[in-house]
Design a protein around this ligand. Structure first.
Ligand SMILES: [Zn+2]
Length: 352
């Protein structure tokens, strides 16, 4: 028996058979941020045979508060590669692959089919929904985790055995999972959530016959402000927009939000188009394009805004810089065509 795994192999729930299953298994971790940094060392330490890490980001100093695989020496390095280097030192027996790219609709199938269990370490809802839909389509258990501020959630989605993400939340409420770049987050809470994800992944892999109960059909919720924990039952919805469909018909939407920049003249000719002003209220009050609805970017990002439904919209700010971050929220609200006004409000005025 490998000495490295002695402390878990003696557990009756794992045993030599469970350890052998772990060694023959593979995990895909989408994201090497706070959740990935917490789950990956335990997965690699436990002796999962093969681990793939996909992340397109580089390490910056604000990450170090919670992304514990990195240090000062990692600043500016790709997260996937920096995490892989640290993890290889932790356990050189594990085959670790680092992919410095985004998880997207194009690479989803090969990545998901190529692994036994998928761990969601992403920090934005576009990726979370794409990943969750892809795991339904390609039939893999997804160990889900999310942390916003002082609150965390974790569960296991496996449509064959229980609900999927869209049974729980049919679509991403705007601002529901703000990016860590936009909202604060408590480091230790991220660590707890990622550790729990690692534990669920190890259980799924070491004991696939269900000898241990996983979080399939149960949602763990932690409010760390008063350390209040809940586990609530989540049921499969017969009318779920994704897992009630035949897997072959599930459509994966590209996660990259496409925003087309257009000039004022072209904008005037767009049919059935809602117009939104994403500047702050004082800027809107000081003057806006007639008919524009005020939805400040700050309220979209903190989840305060309710976006009226529609399929096509034109958004504008002062110069255009705020349109792209705002567009993510319109896409999540169901808009299929999103345009931004080239040159912002100034260009509109100049053209009028
Ligand atoms: Zn579902």
């Amino acid at each position: 028996m490998n000495e490295r795994y002695a402390k878990q192999t003696i557990l009756p729930e794992i045993g030599p058979a469970g350890q052998a299953r772990l060694g023959a298994s593979s995990v895909l971790c989408v994201g090497a941020g706070g959740l990935g940094c917490a789950s990956l060392p335990y997965l690699v330490g436990a002796g999962v045979g093969r681990v793939t890490i996909i992340d397109a980001d580089v390490v910056d100093r604000t990450n170090l508060q919670r992304q514990v695989l990195f240090g000062e020496a990692s600043l500016g390095q790709p997260k996937a590669a920096a995490a892989a280097a640290r993890l290889t030192d932790l356990n050189p027996m594990v085959e670790i692959e680092a992919l410095e790219q985004r998880f997207n609709a194009g690479n989803a199938e090969a990545l998901i089919r190529g692994h036994d269990v998928i761990v969601d370490g992403s920090d934005n809802y576009a990726t979370k929904y794409l990943l969750a839909d892809a795991c339904v389509k390609f039939d893999r258990p997804l160990v889900y985790g999310s942390v916003t501020g002082m609150e965390a959630m974790a569960t296991v989605f496996h449509a064959r055995r229980g609900p999927c993400l869209r049974c729980l939340f049919p679509q991403a409420p705007t601002g529901w999972v703000p990016n860590c770049a936009e909202a604060g987050v408590l480091g230790p809470l991220v660590g707890m959530t990622g550790s729990l994800q690692a534990a669920e992944a190890v259980k799924l892999l070491a004991s696939p016959d269900g000898a241990m109960n996983t979080l399939i059909g149960r949602l763990w919720i932690m409010d760390i402000r008063d350390t209040r924990q809940q586990i609530i039952a989540v049921r499969k919805r017969p009318d779920c927009p994704v897992c009630s469909q035949a897997p072959s018909t599930i459509e994966l939407l590209a996660d990259d939000v496409e925003v087309r920049e257009i000039g004022p003249r072209e904008a005037h000719e767009l049919p059935d188009c809602r117009l939104f002003d994403v500047r702050e209220p004082d800027e809107y009050a000081a003057g806006h394009i007639p008919g524009a609805i005020s939805l400040p970017l700050s309220t979209l990002q903190d989840g305060q805004a309710r976006i009226p439904s529609g399929t096509r919209c034109l958004i504008y700010c002062e110069s255009g810089a705020r349109c792209r971050p705002a567009a993510v929220h319109f896409k999540a609200a169901g808009y299929r065509e999103i345009f931004s006004l080239r040159g912002g409000r100034k260009a509109w005025q100049a053209a009028a």
